[in-house]
Design a protein around this ligand. Structure first.
Ligand code: ADP
Length: 494
């Protein structure tokens, strides 16, 4: 939990950063940024266009091809150290902007502000210590022995497209390892949360020596702006976090020029609660996790698989937690759940709950707007039981404070239900017998699994999805290598 030095709604910088210049779009068009906790306009952001994106990509291309950025490791280390210090200085400002544009409760902003700032330092050190030239030994060939060396080289121009749920964290996670590895970057933040991106641009321009063109931020309200980045032939790689539908569009757009693509997409993760689990530990936490980010988390275990032998007991524990959950003003440190990001998102969440009930699910609690919160896009924590594993609510990502409970009879059946999904991002297992829980975890077709609340997620370990949840990894040694190509050089063995 964080100590907050300053509070109150704060607008971010309106401008984007292209080729070293903080600027508005030509003509000066802007779009409104809405505070989801009040439904009021909190300020504006410049409405960048496809032309602005083309200029930013051109600047990044030039900076990669014509400057020493990609070859000067010590200079990159210097710049990212400056960036880390600058983020530290701007920490409270970034936190207030985050709460203003996302509605994230102040009490849980640590993982969205402190963690990514620490990660800048991590990537600077990791990138400095990385072995860019590795001797791969002598190999027999028909023409005699050849020594091979592997030279890790930056991919080139990286386009980073980010979503609105954890904007500052993902802006950092998608760009800092790319920069440290020697790439140049164009960041396109989500239109609902432009300021976490524009402030990053302002800080780079005003408080670091990162050269013009190496890092660009293009803010715009049209999806075409992100689409232009993902299709531009001058871009070598796209790194993206967001919905699976947009991920498919980005893959297709990059196909023409065979872009390297790193995708972290949707999830419908399952939490298998085994019959020997400690329900009093596992289930209040399961309910809490569904609420703290208003359910707007891709790794949220939103399907709870309960053994039929302890079904009613499990539902009662989660219902009690959700009925008493502190929802409201994100600036009040007593609240753990804020609003949904927008009216559209809340309508989508409530629509999926209505459909679930029509499909035969039982509404245990929630399903509407909290009575004491008529203003702001708030949603009641919602528990649905008796969910059909094939129904829409069990198959589609909700991105709201909604849990779908599914009963099962045997471990095998639970594994089959968990794997009955187009997604494979995360999973969770709770159980008293750790070996049994581990066996179940290895059978889940997902990129990551948490056992008994011990999180899989962190900067030191690879994170990525299987099936339609993504391609490639963030974090860990794997997450850095994503931004490098491995060039093998064969040479005489002397
Ligand atoms: P949501 O639907 O919840 O807004 P998305 O996955 O569509 O989430 O959006 C995530 C990011 O992808 C945003 O920055 C958005 O502007 C961008 N985006 C949307 N459509 C496209 C597209 N066709 N190509 C590239 N980026 C896109």
């Amino acid at each position: 939990m964080t100590s907050v030095e300053e509070t109150g709604v704060l607008a971010g910088d309106e401008r984007m950063l292209i080729d070293g210049e903080l600027q508005h779009t030509a003509g000066g068009a802007t779009f409104d940024v809405i505070n989801p906790a009040t439904e009021q306009v909190a300020g504006q952001a410049t409405d960048g266009t496809v032309d602005d994106m083309a200029r930013a990509v051109g600047a990044a291309r030039r900076a990669f091809d014509e400057t020493d950025w990609s070859r000067d490791l010590e200079f990159r280390y210097h710049c990212l150290t400056q960036l880390h210090e600058a983020f530290e200085r701007n920490k409270e400002r970034l936190r207030r902007i985050l709460i203003t544009e996302v509605g994230c409760p102040v009490k849980v902003t640590g993982s969205q502000i402190e963690s990514p700032i620490d990660e800048v330092r991590h990537w600077a050190e990791h990138g400095r210590a990385f072995e860019y030239l590795v001797d791969n030994g002598v190999h027999d060939t028909p023409l005699g022995p050849a020594r091979r060396k592997i030279h890790y080289e930056p991919v080139g121009v990286v386009g980073a497209i980010t979503p609105w749920n954890v904007p500052f964290y993902l802006n950092v996670a998608e760009t800092v390892p790319a920069l440290m590895a020697g790439n140049t970057v164009v960041l396109k933040p989500a239109q609902l949360t432009p300021w976490s991106g524009s402030e990053y641009g302002r800080i780079v321009a005003e408080e670091t020596d990162i050269p013009a063109g190496v890092f660009n931020v293009v803010v715009g309200n049209a999806n075409e702006v992100g689409a232009a980045l993902s299709a531009d032939p001058r871009v070598d790689m796209i790194t993206f976090t967001g919905s699976t539908a947009t991920g498919r569009a980005i893959l297709a757009a990059g196909a023409a020029t065979v872009k390297k693509t790193l995708l972290e997409l949707g999830g419908k993760s399952a939490h298998i609660v085994l019959d020997d689990a400690d329900f009093s530990m596992a289930l209040p936490m399961a309910a809490l996790m569904a609420c703290v980010m208003s359910g707007q988390s891709c790794i949220l275990p939103s399907r709870i698989l309960l053994p039929r032998s302890r079904y009613d007991e499990g539902i009662a524990i989660m219902a009690a937690m959700m009925e008493n959950f502190a929802v409201g003003d994100p600036w009040d440190p007593a609240n753990m759940q804020g609003p949904q990001i927008s009216q559209t998102q809340r309508e989508k969440v409530l629509g999926l709950v209505t459909n679930a009930v029509a499909d035969g699910a039982r509404l245990v609690t929630g399903g509407g707007v909290p009575e004491h919160l008529p203003v702001g896009y708030y949603t009641q924590p919602t528990l649905l039981a008796d969910v059909d594993p094939d129904s829409q609510i069990a198959q589609e990502e909700v991105f709201g404070p909604v849990l779908a409970v599914i009963p099962y009879d045997t471990d095998e059946q639970a594994i089959a239900i968990a794997n009955n999904s187009i997604y494979g991002l995360s999973g969770e297992v709770s159980g008293g017998d750790l070996e049994r829980a581990f066996r179940v975890a290895t059978r889940m077709r997902t990129g990551n699994v948490t056992i008994n609340g011990k999180s899989h997620f962190g900067i030191g370990s690879p994170f990525g999805g299987t099936k339609q949840s993504g391609l490639g990894y963030r974090n860990g040694a794997e997450g850095f290598k994503e931004y490098l190509d491995a060039k093998t050089i064969g040479l005489p063995d002397q």
